[in-house]
Design a protein around this ligand. Structure first.
Ligand code: BGC
Length: 893
């Protein structure tokens, strides 16, 4: 196959198709000096070629490559979706095709950034380069970096929260924050008579950061120049995926143009604050009281206590490496420990140290364990031990979770990036010992304060299919907070369990009461807690877990209790409406957060949100089925635990058939009662005025208007029902409710709502991608899927990745890949497959687990191959196939 040779000349770029006939040639007027700026249009040009090519070779000299060249080469490669190599490297390889393939394969497992752009862009790179293991999350900063607007090192620990009061316009608001822990990662140096090395645009000559997704090892190679002294610094960082409390850094310094005294500096800094999210900076950001700082030889111990939640965090560090032959001088101040090692360094020689850290936290009731730990903390492991243990653990995780795509380099890379970050945010290994769930923004940043949202409905299926035991632990996080959810319901005047919209430490409602509109600079009421559908997401996840694992112990001990309490909440919330002659559910918000209330209403919430109501019907139906599957003894126990009577259960079944939806003559299901009376937005006008209109609510507010008055949506709302449930199931729900819609109602609803959706949440596009495929709009589906895949990698919201990755969309892209394109459906009795691979994909490979059976699946555009490790049956299309243990079944579809 051909490849494209790019020749950068003084006045033009020449593109030549090499190896193979005919040789095509295109010339393009752009001078050598500005090729970086023109790289996107160069890519556009290449993308119009109708030659098939396997890669690009560019004639730049390896020695002269700047960070800018490397970034531009990367952008070009990613924009044309094929590997790019240096012509000189290609000249020396025996098999050109194999070489391109190898470069492409490598590229799908790595993340590389060249250069340094302080501020939002750097913050976002750091989020994407985060290393972690489900307990610890370390942003991808350099160890010399300290908290500033330019860059933001942070150490996050899953489940570490602290409530803090802040005064806003004379009113005190309590926010429960996701706490940034003391920074034990700091390493830097001081050349004699020079200030301590700081990383900034002046001191950095070049920087390459590299993350190996397969092993979780972060590497940075920096060339720095401190007042003429040149040094090369190589940093490596690994958070041990196999042992949740451990991480290590290795730091190697080489003076490039001088010999002289260098002091290596290691700090254990407890003066840290929360500073990641700009709009929270005016709020209280100090969460820690320092309770202990000590150092002895190469070790330090730092203990802090969160001010309100009184969680004791203890971190212990050990320096190691050859330099430990030299004396370690320790200085302890009120907030930090500084360790220095002085060396006589020689030009061209390398000097390295390692810093390994162990981390633990203790709740107030664990005071005595905490005191013991402080005296003898877990000893650190060496960098190499952490790296090797972690590598093995990652291999095991990838074996189960990797999705492999043939024929599409970027989709493959981004699917791996998403899998990696989910496992950093929550891993089956660390989670065994934790009572946490997956936060909306991972262990990567502070947006949404590390809280747990309904995003679990997008996230859990990932764990469910690959690591069911982990899915169970995430559900147990909710079960342990069932009491708080019942209390929450009671306080609001309902019975049953009303889970909070934002959940943190103890399951109480953590949604802010006011929020800031960054466009208008004004604070306003926040009604988002009225998104009671979060309880339905939890119910859905419980059902999904049970339905795919058959975990009897879970469903009888915990799951059904949660389902019943959630159902009881909805029973108590549904009101009989005489006028409608139906039940109605008032005062809720759907997933579309732009609609908080009716126009000019002083009260938050809307009535009969279609998504909520349809999911309530679904829940009541599933409960009826589930109760028939339990034994009398199990039912008796549940009756005692929940107090839910037969009358209440009967009422649920009555509500299920008479809940209200508003549907127009065309078959459009109104997002909520009264939705059709809202005004239409002048999309053209706002698009022209603002360009990026994804936060249409804020734009309207700044314009003196309210999104409440308009038919505008942040994300899928009514349509979410079709993301959760098979279309046939939604049809049944509508029929049970005695609504009869036209055959093409899904297509009509998709068209209707897509025209009114600004995709203000990253969760939006991916849901619509699935729906578009369901109605046969393959191109639209692909476009939305691609945008969703790139949402964090390209920070498409223009700055939100800086505050953490978006775990919901990351997980959803993985699920949509399997469900929508792989055609996997695990919602029915039998696992079924109805693949429809995107045009560019030649093959798709993945594993999944259902009812304890592990399936390995390989799809091509025409065939499906499945191996199961037990005898079982599956559906391919409408046909039933029996699988024999470990025997591949291959069929054409
Ligand atoms: C979305 C919510 C989501 C939250 C946390 C918001 O922007 O609208 O649906 O739960 O982000 O990810």
């Amino acid at each position: 196959m051909n490849y494209i040779a790019i020749k950068l000349q003084a006045s033009q770029v020449q593109l030549v198709s090499k190896t193979g006939l005919p040789i095509a040639k295109a010339e393009w007027a752009v001078s050598l000096d500005n090729w970086h700026e023109k790289v996107l249009s160069l890519a556009e040009k290449i993308n119009t070629f109708d030659w098939e090519f396997m890669g690009i070779a560019i004639d730049l000299s390896k020695e002269d490559l700047t960070d800018l060249d490397k970034s531009a080469m990367q952008t070009l490669s990613e924009s044309v979706n094929c590997p790019l190599v240096l012509a000189a490297d290609l000249a020396s390889v025996a098999n050109v095709e194999a070489y391109f393939k190898q470069v492409a394969a490598e590229q799908t497992w790595t993340l590389d950034y060249y250069g340094y752009t302080p501020g939002k862009s750097e913050y976002s790179v750091e989020s994407l380069l985060t290393t972690g293991n489900g307990f610890i999350g370390l942003r991808g900063t350099l160890p010399e970096m300290e908290i500033s607007e330019a860059h933001y090192p942070a150490t996050y620990l899953a489940g570490l929260y602290n409530g803090a009061p802040s005064v806003i316009e004379g009113r005190t608001v309590i926010n429960e924050d996701f706490v940034n822990s003391p920074n034990l990662q700091y390493l830097s140096l001081k050349i004699e008579n020079q200030p301590v090395l700081e990383i900034n645009e002046q001191s950095l000559t070049s920087l390459h950061r590299h993350l190996d997704l397969r092993t979780g090892v972060f590497t940075a190679e920096a060339l720095v120049n401190s007042q003429g002294y040149q040094l090369k610094i190589i940093t490596r960082r690994v958070v041990n995926m196999a042992a949740k409390d451990h991480y290590s850094l290795s730091y190697e310094v080489t003076p490039m143009n001088f010999s002289g005294k260098i002091k290596l500096i290691a700090k254990s800094d407890a003066s840290v604050i929360n500073f990641n999210t700009e709009r929270y900076r005016s709020l209280t950001s100090e969460h820690l009281d320092i309770t202990h700082l000590s150092a002895e030889g190469a070790t330090t111990t730092v203990a802090v206590s969160t001010k309100q939640s009184k969680i004791q965090v203890i971190q212990h560090s050990e320096l190691s490496g050859e330099l430990l032959e030299h004396e370690v001088v320790n200085e302890i101040s009120e907030t930090e420990i500084v360790q220095t090692i002085a060396v006589e360094a020689k030009e061209g020689e390398s000097y390295g140290i390692e810093k390994s850290v162990t981390v633990a936290y203790f709740f107030p009731e664990e005071a005595s364990a905490s005191a013991d730990y402080l005296v003898s903390p877990t000893p650190a492991k060496t960098f190499e031990t952490n790296r090797l243990e972690s590598y093995q653990a990652w291999l095991g995780l990838w074996e189960k979770a990797d999705i492999s795509v043939t024929g599409d380099l970027m989709s493959q890379k981004l699917l791996r990036l998403h899998t990696y970050h989910l496992l950093v945010s929550g891993s089956p290994i660390a989670n065994q010992a934790l009572d946490v769930s997956i936060t909306a923004r991972g262990l990567h940043g502070e947006a949404y304060r590390g809280h747990i949202f309904w995003d679990e409905i997008f996230i859990l299926p990932f764990y469910q299919l690959h690591f069911p035991e982990m899915a169970k632990q995430l559900l147990m996080y909710r079960y342990h907070r069932l009491g708080a959810a019942k209390e929450n319901a009671k306080e609001a005047g309902y019975s049953g369990a009303m889970y909070p919209w934002q959940s943190g430490l103890d399951g109480t409602e953590q949604t802010q009461e006011v929020h800031l509109n960054p466009l208008s600079g004004e604070w306003g009421e926040d009604y988002s807690r009225l998104q009671r559908h979060v309880s339905l997401a939890i119910a859905y996840n419980v059902w999904n877990y049970w339905h795919n694992t058959g975990d009897r112990q879970f469903i009888s001990q915990y799951g059904t209790e949660m389902l019943l309490e959630i159902a009881e909440f909805w029973r108590s919330k549904a009101l009989w409406n005489e006028k409608l002659n139906r039940y109605s559910i008032p005062n809720v918000m759907g997933p579309d957060e732009f609609h908080e209330a009716y126009p000019n209403s002083q009260e938050g919430g809307v009535t009969d949100n279609a998504y909520t109501n349809m999911m309530v019907v679904w829940l009541f139906e599933e409960i009826a089925t589930l109760l028939t599957e339990l034994t009398t003894a199990e039912l008796g126990e549940l009756q005692i635990k929940t107090g839910i009577t037969a009358e209440k259960l009967a009422e649920m079944q009555a509500i299920r058939q008479q809940l209200n939806l508003e549907i127009n003559d065309e078959g459009i299901i109104a997002q909520y009662a009264g939705y059709f009376e809202l005004k239409e937005v002048d999309w053209e006008y706002y698009r022209e005025k603002f360009g990026n209109i994804y936060r249409m609510d804020r734009i309207l507010k700044a314009d003196g208007k309210s999104a409440d008055d308009y038919q505008v949506a942040k994300q899928a709302d009514t349509l979410m029902t079709f993301y959760n449930l098979a279309k046939a199931k939604v049809d049944d729900i509508l029929t049970d409710l005695n609504y009869h819609l036209p055959a093409d109602y899904l297509e009509k609803n998709l068209d209707y709502y897509l025209q009114r959706t600004s995709h203000g949440s990253t969760l939006s596009r991916i849901v619509h991608a699935q729906l578009a495929e369901m109605v046969g709009k393959r191109e639209l589906s692909w476009q939305l899927y691609q945008e969703a895949l790139r949402s964090d990698y390209q920070d498409i919201q223009g700055g939100t990745t800086a505050e953490g990755i978006h775990t919901g969309v990351m997980a959803a892209t993985l699920m949509v890949t399997l469900q929508t394109y792989g055609g996997v459906d695990s919602r029915g009795e039998l696992l079924s497959f109805a693949p429809d691979l995107p045009n560019t994909w030649q093959a798709l490979r993945f594993c999944l687990t259902r009812f304890g059976v592990m399936y390995q699946v390989r799809l091509t555009t025409a065939t499906i191959e499945v191996i199961a490790n037990e005898d079982t049956s599956i559906l391919i299309g409408q046909t039933l196939y029996d699988l024999t243990k470990n025997q591949p079944l291959k069929v054409s579809y």
